[in-house]
Design a protein around this ligand. Structure first.
Ligand code: NDP
Length: 289
């Protein structure tokens, strides 16, 4: 058996068409497009690539987006001031701060300063708390992208055993909570889990978000299982692979995401989806006051 491919590029293209229509609906009602600002403190070359990718999708779907580039020596106070200014700007509905930050700036400062209603990547303690309580909240975009793939791929979750490899605050942990909301039975594994394969072989759906090239081998996968590969691992010889040994695992899985072309293409589209949702919510709130 060869697995069905859960194609993130196709799904992302479908989602972008839907988002474009949603932006047009918003514009017709409010006379302006949803607004997104990406804040990037200079220093990390790779995060420049991510900003460009997000701006490109924003342009494609009609969200008004800009990049605020701050110099590497920006102080914590200056970053705080810049974020507070964006919090107060009614035309800005979503704010993202590109990680990693230079070492003298903390992620906590960002998470605690971005207004929760503009926190479209779900990094604030309030977003995380709401997610934990099962209340409406913005979600970390990679976790949201995994859920989008499962939904668009018609993968049943209710009553299924989902094993998540990885417990980071940006992927594994929020994803486990989202899966619980869909009534899956969730097991979270991490670097201290002994005999990983004894857990992964029980999975109806296996999600790998570890950051170790091709560590999930075919013998770790139950025949017919759905395998979602979040991992992005650069190879020394160039190119990238996921956390799953794709060639071997696709022979045994029921459905699988490729790397590249799986979770990655959907992640930024999900950010934009949450930015549009933030714009609607802020407009409704303003109308009530
Ligand atoms: P982190 O490094 O923050 O977390 C990795 C997790 O994997 C940790 O919980 C760690 O356990 C666990 N882990 C590490 N080694 C093992 C092992 N041998 N066995 C079991 N568990 C292990 O990474 P992220 O969550 O940020 O990202 C995970 C992967 O997803 C990376 O490859 C990253 O590049 C990719 N990624 C992809 C995105 C996309 O858009 N497709 C976006 C974000 C990330 P412990 O907690 O015990 O240390």
């Amino acid at each position: 058996m060869t697995a069905a491919i859960l194609n993130g590029r196709t799904m992302s293209a479908e989602l972008k068409v839907e988002l474009r229509e949603e932006v047009q609906r918003y514009e017709q009602k409010h006379g302006h497009a949803p607004g997104l600002v990406i804040v990037r403190v200079e220093g990390d070359a790779a995060s420049g690539f991510y900003s460009k990718a997000i701006l490109k999708i924003a342009r494609e779907i009609g969200v008004e987006a800009r990049l605020d580039l701050l110099p590497e020596q920006t102080t914590a106070e200056e970053l705080h001031t810049a974020l507070v200014r964006l919090n107060r700007d009614d035309r800005v509905h979503g704010i993202i701060v590109q990680m990693p930050l230079p070492t003298h700036l903390s992620q906590d400062l960002v998470a605690n300063t971005i207004a929760p209603e503009k926190d479209i990547d779900g990094i604030s303690p309030i977003s995380a708390g709401n997610l934990c309580l099962g209340l409406p909240s913005f979600q970390p975009s990679t976790a949201a992208a995994v859920m989008e793939i499962l939904e668009r791929g018609n993968i049943q979750l209710e009553g299924k055993h989902v094993v998540v490899l990885g417990r980071s605050n940006v992927v594994g942990k929020p994803l486990a909570l989202l899966l619980l909301q869909k009534n899956a039975t969730v097991t979270i594994c991490h670097s201290r889990t002994p005999d990983l394969a004894s857990f992964t072989r029980q999975a109806d759906v296996l999600v790998a978000a570890v950051g170790r090239a091709t560590m999930v081998k075919a013998e770790m996968v139950r025949p017919g299982a759905t395998v979602i590969d979040v991992g992005i691992n650069a190879l020394p010889e160039g190119g990238m692979v996921g956390d799953v040994d794709y060639t071997a695992v696709q022979e045994i899985a029921g459905a699988i995401t490729p790397v590249p072309g799986g979770v990655g293409p959907l992640t930024n589209a999900l950010l934009l989806k949450q930015c549009i949702a933030a714009a609607w919510q802020q407009a409704e709130k303003r109308a009530q006051t």
